[in-house]
Design a protein around this ligand. Structure first.
Ligand SMILES: [Mn+2]
Length: 323
C-alpha cells in the first residue's frame, strides 16, 4: 500500500477522529486510483439559501460507519437486473480531500474544481464530487469533457439548471450561478444533448424559454408525474440507457428528493421523489456498458434545518452510485 495513504478502515477512522468518505483511505494529492472522492466546498453560486460550502464535511460525517457494500435492492425473486453488482463498492477508491475553492470568487472556484479533477483524471481516476453548490459540477464537466469528449449526463434535479446567462447577469451580476450550469455545459460542447436526461423536474419557472432551449438541444426531461406513469416505463428505461452509450456523468442535486427526505438544500421544491424511487432510478447507471466517469452529490446545506437527515440520504445515494 502507498505509504502516503494515511489510514483506512472503520477502526482507523474511529482512532484518528478523521472522517474520509466511507472510511476510504485519505490521500492528500493525486495518485493512481480507480476513483477519488473530492469535496467542493463552495456556495457562491447559490441565489437564496447559502450553506452548501459546508456540504462535504457533513456528507463525510453522514457516511461514518456505513458499510461499503450496498444491500441489493431485492433479495427475493429472480429479477437479477434489479441490482447487478459490479463488485465490492469503492474498491481501490480514495478520499482526496477537498478542492481548494475559496469562498468569494466563482471563476477561481470553477478553475479549482476543473484543475483538481483533471489532475486525478490524469491518474486514471473516476471522480465523485461532494458539493458544494451545483455550479461546481461545471468545473468537473470541463475536466471530464477535456479527457473523454462530449459526455452523456444523467441529471437528478427539481430544476433544469439551464438559466439564461444574460438574464443571470442582469439579475445577479454574474452570467453563471447554480441554476445555469447545464446551459453553459451544452453551449461549451461538454455534453452530448441527445445523451442528456433530466429527472425530477418540477420547480415553478420564471419563463418557458429554459425548457424550449433544452428540448432544442435534444435533452429528455422527466417530471415526477412522468416517472410514475407506467405507460412511459420502457421510454424511460430507453432514455436512461442511452446516457451511458458513451462516457457519462451522473449529477444528483439533493433537491430532486421531496423536502420530506431532504429539506436542507438551497431550493427545496415540494412534490419530489422518494429515496426508494431515486435509488431505483440510479440503478440504471449499473446497466451501462462502462462505468460513469464522474458523478456528484450536490446542494446539501448543513446550516439549514434537517441537515443530518438530508446528509444521510446523500451519503446513501453516493454509496449506491459507487457500487
Ligand atoms: Mn441543481
Amino acid at each position: 500500500m502507498d505509504p502516503a495513504l494515511l489510514f483506512t478502515g472503520v477502526d482507523a477512522v474511529l482512532r484518528s477522529g478523521l472522517t474520509p468518505f466511507l472510511g476510504l483511505p485519505a490521500q492528500a494529492g493525486p495518485c493512481e486510483a480507480a476513483g477519488v472522492v473530492l469535496g467542493a466546498p463552495f456556495d457562491g453560486g447559490v441565489l437564496h439559501r447559502p450553506g452548501a460550502r459546508l456540504g462535504p464535511w457533513a456528507l463525510r460525517a453522514a457516511s461514518l460507519g456505513l458499510g461499503r457494500l450496498p444491500m441489493p435492492l431485492r433479495l427475493q425473486g429472480r429479477d437479477e437486473l434489479e441490482y447487478p453488482p459490479r463488485g465490492y463498492a469503492a474498491v481501490d477508491w480514495v478520499d482526496g480531500g477537498n478542492l481548494p475553492t475559496r469562498p468569494f470568487g466563482i471563476g477561481d472556484a470553477l478553475r479549482a474544481v476543473q484543475g483538481g479533477c483533471a489532475a486525478w483524471i490524469a491518474e486514471g481516476a473516476r471522480t465523485l464530487l461532494l458539493g458544494g453548490d451545483h455550479l461546481m459540477t461545471l468545473g468537473a464537466l470541463r475536466a471530464h469533457a477535456e479527457a473523454h469528449g462530449p459526455l452523456g449526463l444523467l441529471h437528478f434535479d427539481a430544476h433544469p439548471d439551464a438559466g439564461d446567462e444574460a438574464m443571470a447577469a442582469a439579475l445577479w451580476g454574474s452570467p453563471v450561478h447554480h441554476g445555469t450550469w447545464v446551459r453553459q455545459a451544452l453551449q461549451e460542447g461538454l455534453l452530448d444533448g441527445r445523451r442528456t436526461v433530466q429527472v425530477g423536474l418540477r420547480a415553478p419557472r420564471h419563463d418557458s424559454e429554459e425548457l424550449a432551449f433544452l428540448a432544442d438541444a435534444g435533452v429528455r426531461m422527466w417530471t415526477p408525474y412522468d416517472l410514475r406513469d407506467g405507460r412511459l416505463a420502457s421510454q424511460l428505461q430507453g432514455d436512461l440507457a442511452r446516457v451511458g452509450q458513451g462516457p457519462a456523468y451522473v449529477s444528483v442535486d439533493l433537491d430532486v428528493l421531496d423536502p420530506a427526505f431532504c429539506p436542507a438544500v438551497a431550493e427545496p421544491v415540494p412534490g419530489g421523489l422518494s429515496v426508494l424511487e431515486t435509488l431505483q432510478l440510479l440503478q440504471a447507471v449499473h446497466r451501462w456498458p462502462a462505468p460513469w466517469v464522474g458523478a456528484d452529490v450536490m446542494e446539501l446545506a448543513p446550516p439549514l434545518p434537517g441537515a443530518e437527515e438530508t446528509a444521510r440520504v446523500g451519503a446513501h445515494l453516493a454509496l449506491h452510485l459507487l457500487a
